[in-house]
Design a protein around this ligand. Structure first.
Ligand code: 0FV
Ligand code: MN
Ligand code: MN
Ligand code: MN
Ligand code: MN
Length: 601
């Protein structure tokens, strides 16, 4: 628990210093012994002739011409007019029914958020939250018991309000255990389960709630006790990943289907959710078409066939981070950054020779196009692609906001290349690391600092040096969000990475350090992920100097990582399943049935 401890202390210990250089190449071979899942590690020294290794990644699963040909007609006038009519109706309803009570409000806010509609009703939601926070908790408990109490806690925390975990004490007995009788209330247990993920590190009651509800909900699902089919789907879905860790847009795709089946469903909300989803989907398709045009024109994928071509996946990250229709710039910037970093990562991980990546690192540090002379041709084209793309993004920032972002872009890239180089040297030397040594650098080598700085600067906000310095130097959120992505990435990618000769990743470091089995190591890493989320939750409440838009991006990045790596390596080695999943929220619109002209709640 050493590492958990250093996380608790909210900072990593200092980096261990420089890396030893070695003139001999070593071969590091790792294999999972069959059966026990224990790591068998042999670091064999060998003076070998350097050959370029292969990534053995599958090719891109998308047909770019086909994607560009997609036309979604949901932006048409009819849908726009209908959507406006429905939005006006909902707004009027919300304004005229302020006194419907706390629980009804909480349910509406919850539904609006899950349906992906909340961004249309920000003002109404803000007002409702003010009303809810100023009313005593007791009212809501009287009104709706455990479900209402947990939903109130969850929603207020989602919006950064301070609410005490003590509200759950009344569901405990005198010995401090949760009352057995609340187990009957599946809806309440489910809400308590979701609420428990909003906790911080010092909140023991929420840890107990997480444990208690997880165990019990798993049990009722396994025993087939719940008769309500919709509720069964909701509980299974929640147990797979809690709402707080889920990518918002994908959740909306899923929830609209669920909502349609619910007995107390409001037809107006359902229709609006479907039309809005289709409308936003059309914008994502436009983003994609623009990106593909750019990517084809850049031509990097044809020149560097050894590397992954992951443009669509890059845009999925962007979509996870900023899903609202107006953030196309942000999504596109994230995708451009991701697709090029993925290529560079492959060069450092397996394709490039050590001497080559040293040159590349130094050129990136100096941001010097003259460095090209020393490069082999594959590096030349890659460096120019990087150089031009980043400079162009910086140019847009200066042109549109008068803000010089280039120093930040350059600094984050230099840092990234340096940690990439450090990892390459570890492979070269055949060294192993403890989990802690590994993570000191690995939270940086996941590239989220670069991604988040670009994402933030493309939100069309007025950024200042003060804010950016605070985000990149003083606050910790960048680090926690990166760590979530690193740990989830490792869980989804490390086995294949070891096979291609990459360094030991978190799970394997822990296994080689402690002799633990794969299963134990995996659950240790999940525990670190859980702890990191708690730290993020705390920053969300406590750190008022961070711009809310940045907090949203950082939290959503962690969610996108769960989405990408939850079922294997959705970024590097996407399967037919990943494709189907992406298609469902990207390319298949909902069939909209009008609630027959009758607007009713
Ligand atoms: C992760 O690939 C990846 F997609 C990269 C580096 C592009 C930027 C992505 C993120 C912010 C997730 P991979 O698993 O090969 O990365 P590592 O660092 O493990 O080599
Ligand atoms: Mn509800
Ligand atoms: Mn890699
Ligand atoms: Mn790498
Ligand atoms: Mn990886």
């Amino acid at each position: 628990m050493e590492l958990a401890h250093s996380l608790t202390n909210r900072s990593f210990p200092c980096a261990a210093g420089g890396f030893k250089r070695s003139i001999q190449s070593r071969e590091l071979r790792c294999a999972y012994k069959s059966g026990h899942g224990r790591l068998h590690l042999s670091a064999k020294m060998a003076t070998t002739v350097e050959i370029r290794r292969s990534g053995n990644y599958p090719p891109c699963i998308w047909d770019y011409d086909f994607l560009q040909s997609l036309q979604n007609n949901h932006k048409e006038q009819f849908y726009e007019t209908r959507a406006d009519e429905l939005k006006r109706y909902v707004k009027k309803y919300l304004i005229n029914n302020e006194d419907i009570g706390q629980l009804a409000w909480l349910e509406i806010i919850d539904d609006l958020q899950r349906l992906g509609l909340d961004y249309h009703f920000e003002k109404e939601i803000r007002n409702a939250l003010c009303m809810i926070i100023s009313n005593p908790t007791n009212d809501v408990i009287m009104e709706g018991g455990l479900h209402a109490t947990a939903l109130r806690f969850q929603i207020l925390r989602q919006h950064g309000y301070k609410v005490s975990q003590d509200v759950f004490n009344r569901f405990k007995d005198t010995d401090g255990n949760f009352l057995r009788c609340i187990c009957e209330d599946i809806k309440g247990m489910l809400s308590l389960y979701e609420a428990s993920y909003l906790g911080t590190q010092s909140e023991g009651v929420l840890d107990e709630a997480k444990d208690f509800t997880t165990r019990h909900l798993k049990d009722v699902i396994n025993k087939g006790i719940i008769t309500d089919k919709v509720l069964v789907r909701q509980v299974s879905h929640a147990l797979e990943l809690p709402l707080h860790w889920r990518m918002r847009r994908f959740e909306a795709r899923w929830y609209i289907d669920i909502y349609e089946e619910k007995e107390d469903m409001v037809p107006v909300l359902l229709e609006l959710a479907k039309i809005d989803f289709n409308f936003v989907q059309a914008i994502y398709q436009k983003d994609l078409a623009e990106l593909i045009r750019w990517w084809k024109h850049l031509g990097l994928k044809d020149k560097l066939e050894f590397a992954r071509d992951r443009l669509v996946e890059g845009l999925q990250w962007g979509l996870g981070m900023a899903y609202e229709p107006e953030f196309s710039n942000c999504r596109i910037a994230v995708a451009k950054v991701m697709v090029i970093i993925t290529v560079i990562d492959d060069i450092y991980d397996f394709y490039g020779f050590l001497e080559e990546v040293k040159l590349f690192t130094s050129a990136t540090e100096r941001w010097d196009i003259c460095a090209l002379d020393e490069f082999p041709s594959y590096l030349k084209i890659c460096f120019v692609a990087l150089f031009n793309t980043v400079n162009e993004m910086a140019y847009l920032n200066i042109k549109e906001h008068g803000f010089d972002s280039l120093p930040y872009f350059k600094k984050e890239r230099a840092d990234l290349c340096n940690v990439y180089l450090g990892e390459a040297e570890i492979v070269y030397e055949g060294r192993t690391q403890t989990l802690e040594e590994y993570l000191i650098k690995a939270w940086k080598s996941i590239a989220c600092c670069v991604v988040l700085v670009h994402a933030y600067l493309s939100l069309n906000e007025n950024s200042t040096q003060d804010t950016l310095n605070y985000i990149t130097k003083d606050s910790n959120l960048l680090r926690w969000s990166s760590l979530i992505v690193r740990l989830t990435d490792d869980l989804g990618t490390s086995k294949a990475e070891l096979e291609r000769g990459d360094i030991l990743k978190s799970m394997e470091c822990y296994m080689s350090e402690t002799g633990a089995s794969e299963e134990v190591a995996r659950s240790y890493i999940w525990n670190l992920i859980d702890i990191t989320w708690k730290t993020i939750n705390e920053d969300h409440i406590e750190d008022s100097r961070l711009p809310q838009s940045f907090v949203k991006l950082a939290i959503n990045l962690g969610r996108a990582a769960h989405f990408m790596y939850h079922q294997g390596d959705g970024h590097g080695a996407p399967t037919e399943n990943h494709k189907k999943r992406a298609m469902s929220f990207w390319f298949s619109p909902f069939h909209v049935m009008s609630c027959k002209g009758i607007l009713r709640w």
